[in-house]
Design a binder for this molecule. Structure first.
Ligand code: SF4
Ligand code: SF4
Length: 435
């Protein structure tokens, strides 16, 4: 069904014209949509017992380069701005305060890797290569429709890659980032958030006052509250929704219309509450429960979750930026001045325990806490090859969890399908141990 929808979509003349105007390579783009449609069919639509509310996300995915881009184009025509971002440290509240729209730039699949490797060393993580590949291959309508793209100095890979990306994306804005959770680190983040606010004001021509900031905070808080509700329901045994479907909601978080997304997630939660009441699970109650921890999984990176959930386990939580790390905590909106509200926002963002920070003991505490509260039988740590921050942290994380009798499996992989067989064997053996 979905494949036909996607096919129908990319055959659509209106969309074709829109993509052409955005400068996309239509042949390469068709190829990408075909691969995406096939993967979605095989991975998502093949699942059983899905909540009916997931129909909305199926629709969103079928129109991910169609209707949603058309909406963004309509926003632009009405004078509003689109801002793209690669990291959860880019504060959506500020973007919303200026009536602009923030979109996550996926970077979840290999594309034009040969071209990307002319500008990046081969031993660069797949996420960074993918960001370059989507731009060089001219297949991402989100990059092309963005009026400003925000990079951030998080890991060394990204920091240096932005120097080259700037040559491909002239409207790249780079935000500096602290490395330590110190008073100086907080001051740097505060200064950078104020600088970003000014850049957004300049781009949009809108002066952000306290009322506007409050509105931005409320929209984003509501979106996060809905995700918190979804995550809380996954603590139930049996799990009422698959990890794949919950991941999809977390992925769509980054580019759907905020208010519509919030409503759609809340609708799924209403359905899941009934499932939990009736002890109805997506898999049998004795299915081993996995907490996934590590690097973010951007659309359409579904490889490892698919392997896990077709190996007799269910994923009950994601300790990830596309998941709980990115969405933990709300912003206190009780302040009445821009300064107070910005401080509250910085307090919230400064708690994000990305592995680029040193030391980063909060993350370990959160993994342990999540394993407990989500009743996980084991943790799978997912590290992207060549991602130093997360691969380095994976070793102490594994040691600490094992010392607390939480079985842990460390997986290092990339976006290719070459290691599928080997990964499946390792995951199946791990799940066997958990049974
Ligand atoms: S893992 Fe770190 S760098 Fe990556 S999105 Fe999360 S906060 Fe940003
Ligand atoms: S996956 Fe790791 S190396 Fe790649 S961009 Fe994220 S933090 Fe940097």
């Amino acid at each position: 069904m979905l494949r036909e929808e996607i096919k129908g979509e990319h055959m659509s003349e209106t969309y074709k014209q829109m993509w052409q105007e955005l400068g996309l390579d239509l042949n390469a783009h068709d190829m990408l949509l075909n691969v995406l449609g096939k993967a979605y069919q095989d991975i998502y639509l093949a699942q059983k017992n899905r909540p009916s509310g997931m129909g909305y996300f199926d629709f969103v995915m079928s129109e991910v380069h169609g209707l949603r881009i058309k909406e963004l184009m309509d926003e632009k025509a009405a004078g509003r701005k689109i801002i793209g971002a690669y990291c959860v440290f880019v504060p959506e509240e500020i973007v919303k305060a200026a009536d602009a729209t923030l979109v996550g730039l996926c970077a979840g699949a290999d594309f034009a890797t040969d071209e990307a490797e002319k500008l990046l060393p081969r031993n660069t993580c797949a996420l960074i290569k993918s960001a370059f590949g989507f731009k060089l291959g001219k297949v991402c309508p989100y990059i092309e429709s963005s009026d400003m793209i925000v990079g951030e100095n998080t890991c060394d890979g990204k920091k240096k890659a932005y120097e080259s990306l700037k040559n491909l994306i002239p409207n790249l804005y780079v935000m500096d980032m602290p490395q330590m959770k110190s008073a100086e680190g907080r001051s740097l983040l505060k200064a950078e958030y104020f600088r970003f606010m000014e850049a957004v004001e300049k781009l949009t021509g809108i002066k952000i006052d306290a009322a506007r900031l409050k509105k931005g905070i409320a929209i984003v808080n509501n979106k996060r509250k809905a995700i918190h509700r979804l995550m809380a329901l996954r603590k139930a045994k049996p799990a009422p929704i698959s990890g794949l479907d919950a991941l999809l909601a977390n992925q769509v978080f980054f580019y759907d219309d905020s208010v519509r997304f919030t409503d759609s997630v809340n609708k799924i939660c209403d359905e899941l509450e009934k499932r939990v009441e009736q002890k109805q699970g997506v898999f049998p109650a004795n299915t081993p429960r996995i907490l996934l921890s590590g690097c973010p999984m951007a659309v359409p990176n579904w490889k490892l979750p698919w392997i896990i959930e077709t190996s007799g386990a269910v994923i009950v939580g994601e300790e990830s930026c596309v998941g709980e790390r990115g969405n933990r905590n709300l912003t206190d909106d009780s302040g009445n001045t821009v300064e107070q509200l910005m401080d509250a926002m910085i307090d919230r963002y400064f708690k994000i325990d990305c592995a680029v920070f040193t030391p980063n003991s909060d993350r370990l505490n959160h993994i342990e806490e999540m394993a407990k509260t989500y009743q996980a039988d084991g943790v799978i740590h997912y590290g992207l090859q060549f991602c130093q921050p997360y691969l380095m942290e994976a070793i102490p994380v594994e040691k600490a969890l094992e010392s607390k009798n939480i079985p842990t499996l460390r997986i290092d992989t990339d976006y290719s399908m070459e290691d599928m067989g080997q990964l499946k064997t390792r995951v199946e053996a791990f799940v066997e141990v958990l049974k």
